[in-house]
Design a protein around this ligand. Structure first.
Ligand code: GCV
Length: 678
């Protein structure tokens, strides 16, 4: 009997949080919620489906005051935004549209779940961007290009009849952070997506997402008229081709009246495009813009183009698109990756931002960690997103940040948008790594309000996803906030880029030299290591990519002394014995950076282990085991890069850092077969 009592006591003392959790609830866990307020405490008019969801969320989770949900046409200037005000003994959420009310409800729930005050509220929110969109690189066969959380969430074979409950959960998660748009399929698009059968499937998803304020968009293959429609060609100036697209657009709008529009990767990495017919990107984009316009659709035309020419790859998008400025229709927006190469751990910002003066521009980020350790490495991406958005392009004088160029502040825009490649798959926890959920969350929050800090976003996410106990929040936040720089340090410090193994982009391959293939797919093209030094000369004496930046940046980046050291090897070929600002030589600095990266990951392991008591076992172990992989990978990166570059620097690895544990020759033999499904 005594023992039995003791068991009961122990059971009661076990904190709730240590019970297993699979991460499927994301940041919408509501661990302490039983039931929310009763229906009679919510005043609202009408019975729109979005409003019903808002009320349901309150009844399930809101434990505070009575509320009024009020639509108010005079709030049009807030777009999807809302106000929340404490008025006497109740809270009033007002918005022009029901979706604004739903966003307001999620705002309140966030305050409650992060233990923030919910009294005397006087909040006004307006989104930074009109279109806040996820790009899924999901193929119709269920694989995902650069997806690391299992197969696709979209079960195309089962649709339109069988409907996974996750479709609605996905919509709800997105709505809770303000995401209002999604491109369902890979930019390397199969023409089949526009077939009647597939459009019926797309319609089902669009219907599920609609009450959550999410519009569906599709990536389209430029050759669709020829491949799907059997036309002779897909020339955008061919009348039959134009007619084909027009009919297709009408067919779509008939079943999906609020269809968002097309995303197009054209004449890029082997995809078809208008240049196949001697036409320009503007010709192609405008043709599609024309057919979508009557129904309010838009075209997001990607600027990720680079041909197998001798020209520095980092310069090519600018060279192709600047001459087309002013030639695009007003429902076309040019979608530009944050950097001019390809989602590297750190890049200089893309010089196209600000260079198009008469054409709306939007950023494309990558949430999926193609170049950041897949779903094995803990890398919190808000600092990367912020670094881009806060970059000053000087296009319209000082203060012309990418945020201000793309959000309509500097360029009056009919339409503003921001996008990111999703990291979502069919894994129970959606993103593979539990901490990768934070990157989905961070993108949504920044798309809503790009002035939020990385710290605030991390703080919210940790509290809602794990616990608001400060003993947990503080160290985890520090780990998250430093994690992107840590990854840069152990992979590609000081502006190094694209020294990944080809194909999978996971591990290091600085020795990669694919003779016979395109030079700009080889790591040696990017780091240019030789006896003299390291780095890509993009100054006047090199590729002159610096000339694509507005003054004074062209001079700042063009001069080795004024280039920020975190980009020095991006812009310069730097001698091995070059003296860095802290007095170390380049070689020493590089060595210490790699070492710091490794040490930091080891610290993350310690940080995490100490926190075991705050986390349920499943999530604790899952993160712990991934940190082990990350630590091993960091050593792999450090050894591979230092041993390889040492062949050129011929200098000793500083004696106070840990010695390599691998042989270069062994590392060269590693062949991974992972992650890349296409
Ligand atoms: C969708 C990089 C990736 C490709 C991707 C491409 C793109 O090259 O490695 O997988 O293709 O970018 O963004 O179009």
């Amino acid at each position: 009997m005594q023992n039995f009592k003791a068991y009961i006591l122990i059971f009661l003392l076990i904190p709730f949080s240590i019970f297993a959790e699979d991460g499927s609830k994301l940041w919408l866990r509501f661990p302490n919620a039983k039931n929310g307020i009763s229906a009679d405490k919510i005043i609202s008019k009408g019975n729109n489906p979005t409003l019903e969801i808002a009320k349901k969320e309150l009844m399930n989770h809101w434990k505070g005051q009575a509320l009024e949900l009020r639509t108010d046409k005079s709030l049009k200037h807030l777009k999807d935004g809302y106000t929340i005000k404490s008025i006497q003994n109740r809270l009033v959420i007002s918005a022009e549209k029901e979706i604004g009310l739903l966003y307001g409800v999620y705002h309140l729930l966030r305050l409650q779940e992060t233990k923030s005050s919910t009294s005397n509220l006087n909040i006004t929110e307006k989104p930074s961007y009109d279109v806040r969109i996820l790009n899924h690189w999901d193929n119709l066969d269920g694989t995902i290009e650069r997806g690391y959380a299992g197969y696709s969430l979209w079960k195309w074979e089962d649709l339109p009849n069988k409907i996974s409950p996750r479709y609605e959960e996905y919509a709800r998660a997105n709505a809770s952070i303000g995401i209002n748009a999604t491109v369902l399929n890979n930019v390397n698009a199969s023409p089949k997506i526009l077939s009647k059968d597939y459009l019926e499937k797309v319609k089902v998803l669009a219907d599920i997402f609609r009450p959550y304020g999410i519009k569906v968009y599709l990536s389209v293959n430029f050759s669709s008229p020829k491949v799907l429609g059997g036309l002779e060609n897909s020339d955008p100036l061919n009348k039959d081709v134009q007619k084909w697209w027009k009919n297709k657009a009408n067919e779509i709008y008939k079943i999906i009246p609020d269809f968002g529009g097309f995303l197009v990767k054209a004449n890029s990495e082997g995809q078809p495009g208008p240049q196949d017919y001697g036409r320009t990107h503007a010709d192609g984009a405008n043709m599609m813009g024309d057919v979508l316009k009557p129904n309010g659709g838009i075209v997001m035309w990607r600027a990720f183009v680079y041909s197998p020419s001798k020209e520095d790859r980092a310069k090519q998008a600018y060279l192709e698109f600047v001459p087309l400025d002013g030639k695009f229709k007003d429902n076309v927006i040019v979608q530009i990756k944050n950097g001019p190469v390809d989602f590297q751990p750190r890049e200089a910002f893309n010089p196209l931002f600000g260079a198009l003066k008469k054409t709306p521009e939007m950023v494309e980020f990558q949430i999926t960690q193609e170049y950041l350790g897949f779903s094995n490495h803990l890398v919190y991406l808000a600092p990367l997103f912020k670094e881009t958005l806060d970059s000053d392009t000087y296009s319209d004088g000082k203060g012309s940040t990418i945020a201000k160029i793309t959000d309509g502040t500097l360029r009056p825009a009919k339409l503003t948008a921001i996008s990111a490649v999703a990291n979502i798959g069919e894994d129970k926890n959606w993103t593979g790594h539990h901490f990768a959920q934070a990157n989905w969350y961070a993108f949504g929050r920044l798309a809503w309000n790009h002035s939020l800090s990385s710290e605030q976003i991390a703080d919210e996410w940790i509290k809602m996803t794990f616990t608001y106990n400060q003993e947990f929040v503080k160290p985890v936040k520090e780990m998250m906030l430093s994690s992107r720089e840590t990854a840069v340090d152990y992979m590609m410090p000081l502006g190094l880029h694209h020294i990944f193994a080809s194909g999978h982009h996971y591990g290091p391959e600085p020795w990669g030299d694919y003779k016979g293939g395109r030079p700009d797919w080889s790591p040696v093209y990017y780091h240019q290591a030789n006896e003299k030094g390291l780095g890509f000369d993009r100054t006047k004496s090199g590729s002159n990519a610096v000339s694509q930046y507005f003054p004074p940046l062209d001079n700042i980046y063009g001069n080795i002394k004024t280039t920020p050291e975190n980009l020095i090897l991006w812009f310069h070929h730097v001698p091995w014995d070059y003296k860095m600002k802290d007095g170390k030589t380049l070689w020493e600095e590089l060595s210490y950076k790699y070492d710091t990266g490794v040490k930091n990951v080891r610290d993350y392991q310690k940080t995490w282990d100490v926190l075991q008591k705050f986390v349920d076992e499943d999530r604790f172990k899952s993160v712990q085991s991934r940190l082990k992989i990350q630590a091993k990978d960091a050593v792999w990166w450090k050894d591979a890069c230092l041993l390889y570059f040492q062949q050129f620097s011929k200098m000793p690895i500083p004696y106070d850092i840990e010695r390599p544990v691998h042989e270069l020759e062994d590392l060269k033999k590693i062949k991974l077969n992972m992650g890349h499904h296409n």
